[in-house]
Design a protein around this ligand. Sequence first.
Ligand code: FEO
Length: 170
Amino acid sequence: MIHKNLQQALIEQLNKEFHSAYIYLGMSAYCSKEGFNGASNWFLVQYQEEVAHGMKLFKYLEDQNVEITLPAIESVSVEFSSLLDVFEKSLAHEQYMTQNLNNLSDIAMREKDHATYNLLQWYVTEQVEEESNVNAIIDHIKLVGDNGYGLYTIDKELATRVFVDPTTAA
Ligand code: FEO
C-alpha cells in the first residue's frame, strides 16, 4: 500500500511523463517545420519514450491498486529560436524531470516504501542516459555553429534514431 501523499505525487509524475511526451511532440513539429527532418524524427522517438515511461508508471499504480486520476495535460510551446535552442530546452526539461524523480525517491525512502523506491531508481537511471544523450547533441551543434553543412550532417545522424522501448529493453 503506497502512502497517500506518495500516491498523489506519483499521479503528478504520471501527468509529467505524458506532458514530457507532449513537449517532445511540439519540438518534433518545430524541427519538421524548419526542415530538420532528422531532429524531428529524434524528438518523435523521444515522444515515444516518454509515453513508455508514462505507461510503466500507470501499470505500477494499477498493480498497487492506486485510484488513478488523469488531470489535464498542460499545453506546450512549438516555437523555438534555433536547433540549439530546442535541444537546450530539452536538456533543461530533463534536468527538471531528474529533480522531480529525486524528490519522489526521497519521499519513498522516508516512507520506507521499497517497491516504489525500486521503481523510481529505474527512472533515475534512465535520466542519466537521457541527459547524457542530449548533452552530446548540444556539444555537437555548438561545434558546428551555424555552418549549414555541419547542421545538415547532424540532422542526418539524428534521422537514424529508432524507438526501442526502454521499459522492455535488456
Ligand atoms: Fe520520462 Fe525524459 O523523462
